[in-house]
Design a protein around this ligand. Structure first.
Ligand code: NAD
Ligand code: UDP
Length: 387
C-alpha cells in the first residue's frame, strides 16, 4: 500500500482507531474504507456486527484481518471501554439511538443514549489526552429562522433565513411536549460539553454534523432484517414500500425539505478529518450536499422512478399516500422544515466537496436494495400468515 500523505504533504502514521458504533450504517462504510485503502487499525465496538461481518469473517481470510478487531459490548455498562480508548490514538463515537420514530416514543432511551452514554467516552478521551471525533447531527439546528416568517414573506427566499452555519446559526427547538426534540437537545448538550472540554481541558476534538447521509446498509427493512413494526429512517421506509409494491407514505404532506448526500462522499470527508488532525481539531463540520435538496414528496417520486428503472417493475398508479404524523409517529412528533448545510468551513479546512447527484446515489442504493431484499421480500409475502 502506497504511503499516505496528508493535505499538507506530510506522511500519515498508521493509527489505531477505537470506533464505537462500528457495526452501524456509517461505521460499516468507514470500516470498509479504512480496511481497503489505509494501513490504520480499527478496534470496533458495538452490540451488533452483522453489517461488518464481511470484513471480519472468515477469520484471517482478508489482507486486513490483523487490522480489525470486533468487541461486542454495550458502552452503557462495560468496563473494557476505557482500556480500548487508552489503546487507541483516536476515538470515533458513532453510537446513538438516531431514528426519529424513537425520539417521541422512547425519549428517555434517546436522551440517555445521546447524552449520558456519551459522557464516559468524552471523559476518558479528555483524561487520557486522546483525540475524539464525535458524531452529532444537523438536527441540532432544529427549525430554520425562516420557518417563523409569514408564509408569503419574500425573506424566506434569502439564504440567511435558512442556510445552516456551524458558527452562526442558532439551535431552534420546539416546546418540551414535542418530544421529537429530545434527540437534538441531547446532541446539542454533548456538543457543548465536548466544546467546553476543549476550551477548559485541552481536549482535541472534531464534531461532525451529518445532513441525511444515505446509501446501502442504512437501517433495516421491517419484517425482513428488522422488526415488522419498526419504523426506520425515510430511505428504508420508502425502500420497504417499494419492495412491497405499496404506496410510499408521506408524513404531513411530504412538504419538509432535506438535502441528501451519498454515504461514499460523506465517508471521504470523515477520512480527511481522521488524517488531518491539525486542520480538523477544534472544528464542528457540516457534512452534506446542498445541491441535492428535495421535498420528501419529490424524494418519493424520484425513488419510485429509480426503483422502477432498476427493478424493471412498473410503478403503482398512485405511488404515494398521505398520512398524518400523529398516525405515523404518534404524539409529540415535530419536524425540521429545511436543511441546507453551509459548506464554507469544511471546504476551507479540508477542501471537501460532495460529488454524487441525488439521482445517481438513489440508483446505486436502490440497485443494492433490490438485489439484497427483493427475493426475501417475495418469500415473506408468499408465506402464509400462520407460519
Ligand atoms: P446506526 O444506528 O446505523 O449506527 C449506530 C450504531 O451504534 C449501531 O450499530 C448501534 O448498535 C450502536 N450503538 C448504539 N448504542 C450503543 C451502545 N450503548 N453500545 C454499543 N453500541 C451502540 O446509525 P448511523 O446512521 O450509522 O449514525 C451514526 C451516528 O451519526 C449517530 O451518532 C447519529 O446520531 C449520527 N447521524 C447520522 C445521520 C445519518 O444521516 N446517517 C444523520 C445525523 C446524525
Ligand atoms: N418521512 C415520510 N415518510 C416515511 C418516513 C419519513 O414522509 O415513511 C418523512 C419524515 O416525516 C421527515 C423526512 O421524511 O420529514 C425525513 O425523515 P427521516 O426519518 O429520514 O429523518 P430526519 O431527516 O427527519 O432526521
Amino acid at each position: 500500500m502506497a504511503a499516505r500523505i496528508d493535505l499538507d504533504g506530510k506522511p500519515i502514521k498508521p493509527l489505531t482507531i477505537c470506533m464505537i458504533g462500528a457495526g452501524g450504517f456509517i461505521g460499516s462504510h468507514l470500516c470498509e474504507k479504512l480496511m481497503a485503502e489505509t494501513p490504520h487499525k480499527v478496534l470496533g465496538l458495538d452490540v451488533y456486527s452483522d453489517k461488518i461481518k464481511h470484513l471480519l469473517e472468515p477469520a484471517g481470510a482478508h489482507p486486513w484481518s490483523d487490522r480489525i478487531q470486533f468487541h461486542r459490548l454495550n458502552i452503557k455498562n462495560d468496563s473494557r471501554l476505557e482500556g480500548l480508548i487508552k489503546m487507541s490514538d483516536l476515538t470515533i463515537n458513532l453510537a446513538a439511538i438516531c431514528t426519529p420514530a424513537d425520539y417521541n416514543t422512547r425519549p428517555l432511551d434517546t436522551i440517555y443514549s445521546n447524552f449520558i452514554d456519551a459522557l464516559p467516552v468524552v471523559k476518558y478521551c479528555s483524561e487520557n489526552n486522546k483525540r475524539l471525533i464525535h458524531f452529532s447531527t444537523c438536527e441540532v439546528y432544529g427549525k430554520t429562522i425562516g420557518s417563523f416568517l409569514p408564509k408569503d414573506s419574500p425573506l424566506r427566499k434569502e439564504p440567511e433565513y435558512f442556510v445552516l452555519k456551524e458558527d452562526e446559526s442558532p439551535c431552534i427547538f420546539g416546546p418540551i411536549e414535542k418530544q421529537r426534540w429530545s434527540y437534538a437537545c441531547a446532541k446539542q448538550l454533548i456538543e457543548r460539553l465536548i466544546y467546553a472540554e476543549g476550551a477548559e481541558n485541552g481536549l482535541e476534538f472534531t464534531i461532525v454534523r451529518p445532513f441525511n447521509w444515505i446509501g446501502p446498509r442504512m437501517d433495516f427493512i421491517p419484517g425482513i432484517d428488522g422488526p415488522s413494526e419498526g419504523v426506520p429512517r425515510v430511505l428504508a421506509c420508502f425502500s420497504n414500500n417499494l419492495l412491497r409494491h405499496e404506496p410510499l407514505k408521506l408524513v404531513d404532506g411530504g412538504v419538509s425539505q432535506r438535502t441528501f448526500v451519498y454515504i461514499k462522499d460523506a465517508i471521504e470527508a470523515v477520512m480527511l478529518m481522521i488524517e488531518n488532525p491539525a486542520r480538523a481539531n477544534g472544528h464542528i463540520f457540516n457534512v452534506g450536499n446542498p445541491n441535492n435538496e428535495v421535498t420528501v414528496r419529490q424524494l418519493a417520486e424520484m425513488m419510485t422512478d429509480v426503483y422502477s428503472k432498476v427493478s424493471g417493475e412498473p410503478s403503482l398508479e398512485e405511488p404515494t399516500v398521505d398520512v398524518s404524523s400523529q398516525e405515523f409517529y404518534g404524539a409529540g412528533y415535530d419536524d425540521s422544515d429545511k436543511r441546507i448545510p453551509d459548506m464554507t468551513i469544511i471546504n476551507k479546512q479540508l477542501g471537501w466537496d460532495p460529488k454524487t447527484s441525488l439521482w445517481d446515489l438513489l440508483e446505486s442504493t436502490l440497485t443494492y436494495q433490490h438485489r439484497t431484499y427483493a427475493e426475501a421480500m417475495k418469500q415473506a409475502i408468499a408465506k402464509p400468515a400462520a407460519n
